[in-house]
Design a protein around this ligand. Structure first.
Ligand SMILES: [Zn+2]
Length: 365
């Protein structure tokens, strides 16, 4: 069959509507080495896209559908998605016969029929959601699971997606419950990162909305801060501070011997003292009242720019001309510059060509 019927182009095409599985007991077919998707693999000489272990494994799994005692090979057995045997055909099938078998099998299965490609497209958001969930990118995972759980998806996909959504909800609720416990005990420093995480990662869930309400009532409810410092045309530092205290420093510079700008990224955490100092500076120097001729963004003669956004919706976006003192803005910028300098020699999480489109998680342009 593998040398005749199964390689007939009409059969190959029609087989995309079923899941063809070959079962072949522990016979020595011999193997050969080849490459698939760029990696070295060992394949069976008879079924050239399989390992012998695979067709031997299916042989074991299909034992319940085999006759006991002596029987003719090859035989084909047709099974519905629930595992029920539809019918079987003993002996070799010509392409025309096999095409008829496929049609007969499909007619015996009720409900919508999908090709493998259509099914893969339906499964894709589920897989992406699981991947995002395991990396704790909850907002992305929730969006993917919601996409996977759409009404026309097969029930097994919908159920798996709903399980994923449930897991996200449970996680979010646990995070917010812990934060509320910390708030009750007066431990704002512990509550803040959890509330920020919940507000960012679970925006569509009740727990995320509750976290947002709670974080808005905290003093200095920072959501994001971006500070860009241009030391020279070839040396730029960008400091990102997120509401949970996670910080990212991006050092962009022209490096000797390298073509184009290079960058390195260093991650660090803003401690409680640093947080208090920053909050005090923003308040004392009335950052949100500062107006400068240019909004944030570096242009000719601009030395630094600062954008601060609070969870309350209040935001400020200013920039500083080189050589023009501005006592209030300078005080804040000097503190941020010192922070950036202090961590600049830390171990980078990334080092390579400058990517102007890169953004740390939780930030927007
Ligand atoms: Zn084999």
């Amino acid at each position: 069959m593998e040398a005749s019927t199964l390689i007939d182009p009409r059969v190959v095409e029609a087989c995309t509507t079923v899941v063809p599985v070959v079962a072949h007991g522990p016979l020595e077919h011999g193997t050969f080495e080849t490459r698939e998707d760029g990696r070295a693999v060992t394949r069976c000489r008879l079924y050239r896209n399989l390992e012998c272990g695979e067709h031997q494994g299916t042989h074991e799994a299909l034992k319940p559908y085999q006759k006991s005692g002596r029987f003719r090979i090859p035989f084909t057995v047709w099974i519905d998605p629930e595992g029920n045997q539809l019918f079987r055909k003993d002996g070799w099938r010509r392409p025309e016969e096999f095409l008829l078998d496929i049609r007969t099998a499909l007619e015996k299965v009720p409900g919508p029929h999908r090709t493998r490609e259509e099914f893969a497209a339906l499964v894709k958001p589920l897989d992406e959601g699981r991947e995002a969930l395991s990396s704790r990118r909850y907002a992305e995972a929730a969006a993917k699971f919601e996409e996977a759980a759409r009404p026309d998806a097969p029930e097994m996909i919908r159920r798996a997606a709903e399980e994923g959504l449930k897991e996200i909800r449970t996680t979010g609720e646990a995070i917010v419950a812990a934060a509320k416990g910390a708030l009750k005990g007066g431990r704002n420093r512990q509550a803040r990162p959890a509330l920020d995480l919940a507000a960012r990662q679970f925006p569509s869930l009740e727990c995320g909305k509750e976290a947002l309400e709670l974080i808005r009532k905290l003093p200095f409810p920072l959501r994001t801060l971006r500070f860009v410092l241009e030391e020279s045309a070839e040396d730029r530092r960008i400091l990102w501070i997120r509401g949970d205290g996670a910080c990212f420093l991006q050092v962009v510079a022209q490096k000797g011997g390298e073509l184009g700008l290079q960058e390195r990224r260093i991650g660090f955490l803003l401690g409680a003292d640093g947080w208090d100092e920053l909050a005090k500076l923003i308040e004392t120097h009335k950052f949100f009242d500062i107006r400068t001729p240019h909004p944030a963004g570096l242009g000719k003669g601009i030395q630094a720019s600062l954008r601060v956004e609070l969870w309350t919706g209040v935001s400020g976006n200013v920039s500083k001309d080189a050589g023009k003192p501005h006592p209030d803005l300078d005080a804040i910028c000097d503190w941020l510059t010192a922070r950036a300098k202090a961590v600049a020699e830390g171990t980078p999480t990334f080092e390579g060509p400058h990517d102007p489109a890169w953004l740390p998680d939780g930030f927007t342009r």
